[in-house]
Design a protein around this ligand. Structure first.
Ligand code: NAD
Length: 329
């Protein structure tokens, strides 16, 4: 269980019990946010339609007094309104989305529907609630495809795929709402590449682990040169909660990242070091994405200045614990 002072910093206002509505609560990131809130005595209203999320991530809390699960689609504005107006949460953390980029590219209409309509549905349903913060999960994918470090102040917003575009639209919806309601607090978190246990989508690390389970000496992957800013998922959850606790009127936008880039090839080298043997990597042309960003690394000064956040785990530690959990190490 994380120490509350590490989890939330010195936000004494937050340490009082508050009510948190988390959409996408049964997902990868959502399940870590829920876990940390409950461990710190907070009340949680979890919303998820279980389209990608897993019930088993929330099952441990079903009998917990401070926890309620609403299995509902965020696009059903009447349902969402009923929950929000009936329960009046202090904080709204909006994570529900269609998140996996290859799937988003195959199903653009569904992606727009969930990520844009779903976000607007939640914004509208929360309009009459006196909440303290509304936190929206955006992505590093809203930035222009450039090899520069991605900065909230300097890098142009020019989404590169339909997923990034829907998140950019979500940001714009929040921006408009914050102008109409200047006394309310909105936060946009541009999350980079999360890593850790309970991943629901077939991203690169779950794929590597899955293949190593079958053969710990061979991998067949797409491009291994893309460089990403990998963020431990539990540290990201801590950052989100701290940002909500510290929210002030207006709209604040922050990268949620470490500022350090590693290529897939670097990850494989780390795994070789952990396992103590070499891994033969062959190229699987079917896994090569038609278009891919070479780098995605964030500038993180704003997040550090805002909440004094820094990750508490190294990527190698996460890889080692994932390999251990799968019995590969
Ligand atoms: N994982 C990452 O590396 C990463 C990076 C950048 C941004 N993000 C964003 O963070 C958020 C959480 O990502 P994640 O990795 O936990 O993804 P996830 O797919 O594990 O979680 C999303 C959750 O939303 C739920 N959901 C989807 N559509 C819904 C709907 N219409 N109604 C209700 N629930 C619905 C899914 O069932 C799932 O549990 C997403 O908004 C994602 O775009 C994640």
């Amino acid at each position: 269980m994380p120490d509350a002072s590490v989890a939330f910093g010195c936000y004494s206002a937050f340490m009082a019990k508050s009510k948190w509505l988390v959409t996408g609560a049964a997902g990868f990131l959502g399940s870590h946010v829920v876990e940390q809130l409950l461990e710190n005595g907070q009340e949680v209203l979890a919303v998820d339609d279980l389209s990608w999320g897993k019930e088993e991530f929330l099952n441990p809390y079903l009998d917990v007094e401070n926890f309620d699960f609403y299995k509902t689609d965020i696009r059903e504005v009447a349902n969402v309104r009923r929950i929000l107006e009936g329960r009046e949460p202090d904080h709204i953390i909006h994570l529900a989305a269609l998140h996996f980029i290859p799937l988003a590219m195959k199903q653009p209409t569904l992606t727009v529907d969930i990520n844009v309509k779903g976000t607007q549905s939640l914004i509208e349903a929360s309009r009459d609630i006196p909440f303290k913060s509304f936190w929206f999960a955006s992505t590093g994918d809203v930035y222009k495809n450039t090899e520069s470090i991605l900065s909230e102040d300097e890098t142009p917003l020019e989404p590169f795929n339909i997923y990034g575009l829907t998140k950019y639209m979500g940001e714009q919806l929040l921006h408009m709402e914050s102008q109409d309601f200047p006394n309310k607090s909105y936060v946009v978190g541009r999350i980079f590449n999360l890593i850790g246990p309970r991943e629901t989508n077939p991203h690169i690390i779950p794929e590597i682990i899955k293949q190593l389970r079958n053969n710990p000496k061979k991998l067949s992957l797409g491009n291994i040169w893309p460089i990403r800013d990998y963020v431990p998922v539990d540290d990201a959850a801590r950052a989100i909660i701290a940002m909500c606790a510290k929210a002030s009127p207006g709209l604040k936008t922050c990268n949620v990242a470490t500022g350090v880039g590693q290529s897939v090839s670097d990850l494989i080298k780390s795994i070789e070091g952990i396992l103590g043997h070499n891994i033969e990597v062959t190229k699987d042309e079917d896994r090569v994405r038609a278009v891919e960003r070479p780098t995605l690394i964030a500038k993180v000064d704003r997040l550090k200045d805002h909440i004094g956040w820094a990750p508490t785990h190294k990527v190698e530690e996460i890889l080692s614990s994932l390999l251990q959990a799968e019995g590969i190490l």
